[in-house]
Write a protein that binds this ligand. Structure first.
Ligand code: BTN
Length: 253
C-alpha cells in the first residue's frame, strides 16, 4: 500500500482473529516506534471484537483496521484520540457517499448514516496511570458491503446507503489521511477544535438519552463534552460526567 502520510506503516493481512489482537501482539513485540503509526488491516476477522465484550461480525468486503501508536498524552486525555478517529471515519464515509443522508457521530465513537450505524471504534490501551499509555490501539470497523441484521441499534453499510462502488482500500487511504490531519490539529491547537467539530456533527445533542454503563443505566439530556472527552449528561440531580457506555435515544417528542 502506498499513499499514506509519512510515518504511517501499512501491515496488510488476509484473515486474522482480530486486527486489534494483532496490534496488541505487535505492541508486545516492540510495536510502533519513533512516532510511527502501524496501520493493520485484514480482509476478514474470525473473532472481531466490539465494545463492551460484544463481537463484530467481519466477513470480507468491509474495512477492518487497527492503528497502533504510542500517544504522548496523559491517560486521562487518550479519549481525545477517539474523537480524532471518529471525525476521520465520518469524513471518509461522507466522501464515499452520494449527497443525501446525514453522516453523524454518535457518542462515544460510532458513525451513523441516516441514523443507522455504519462504523464503530474500539480503543484499547495499556500503561501505568496516570502517565501516558505504553501503547494505544484504535480499532475501526466500517460496514462497506455488509451490515449485520437485527442489531439493537440499527446498522447499515455504505453499499446499502447508496455508495455502491465504495471499496475498503480507497476508504482506508482517505481514513488515514483524515486521521493524520485531525491528529495534527489536536497536537497543534489542542482539543477545542476537535471537540467543536465532533459536537457540530453529533447525533442527538440536546435530546433525552439513556446511557447503559457497566454498573447500570442513566437517563438525561446529552448536553456537551468536557475537555477530556467525557460526555456531560444533564440529569435531575445535576450534570453527570460519563466516561463509557452505550447511548440509546428516546424517540423525538
Ligand atoms: C463497536 O462499535 O463496538 C466497535 C467495533 C470495532 C470493530 C473493529 S473492526 C477492526 C478492529 N478489530 C476488532 O476486533 N475490532 C475493531
Amino acid at each position: 500500500m502506498t499513499g499514506f502520510p509519512e510515518g504511517y506503516v501499512p501491515v496488510r493481512l488476509g484473515g486474522v482473529d482480530s486486527t486489534n489482537e494483532e496490534a496488541k501482539r505487535r505492541a508486545a513485540a516492540g510495536g510502533a516506534v519513533n512516532g510511527q503509526v502501524l496501520v493493520i488491516t485484514a480482509t476478514e476477522q474470525i473473532s472481531g471484537r466490539a465494545r463492551r465484550g460484544r463481537g463484530w461480525v467481519s466477513p470480507p468486503g468491509n474495512l477492518y483496521c487497527s492503528l497502533l501508536l504510542c500517544p504522548d498524552l496523559p491517560a486521562a486525555q487518550v479519549a481525545r484520540l477517539g474523537y480524532v478517529a471518529a471525525l476521520a471515519v465520518r469524513e471518509a464515509v461522507a466522501g464515499a457517499l452520494p449527497d443525501g443522508p446525514a453522516v453523524t457521530c454518535k457518542w462515544p465513537n460510532d458513525v451513523l448514516v441516516g441514523g443507522h450505524k455504519v462504523a464503530g471504534i474500539l480503543m484499547e490501551t495499556s500503561g501505568n496511570l496516570p502517565g501516558p499509555p505504553d501503547w494505544l490501539v484504535i480499532g475501526i470497523g466500517i460496514n462497506v458491503a455488509h451490515h449485520p441484521a437485527g442489531t439493537e441499534y440499527p446498522a447499515t453499510s455504505l453499499k446499502a446507503a447508496g455508495a455502491g462502488t465504495a471499496d475498503p482500500d480507497t476508504l482506508l487511504q482517505e481514513l488515514v489521511s483524515r486521521f493524520d490531519a485531525w491528529h495534527r490539529i489536536l497536537a497543534g491547537a489542542g482539543f477545542a477544535p476537535v471537540r467543536q467539530a465532533w459536537l457540530d456533527a453529533a447525533h442527538g445533542r440536546g435530546r433525552a438519552i439513556t446511557v447503559r454503563a457497566e454498573h447500570g443505566s442513566m437517563q438525561g439530556i446529552f448536553t456537551d463534552l468536557d475537555d477530556d472527552g467525557a460526555m456531560l449528561l444533564g440529569t435531575g440531580g445535576g450534570i453527570r460526567r460519563v466516561l463509557a457506555g452505550d447511548v440509546m435515544f428516546a424517540p423525538p417528542a
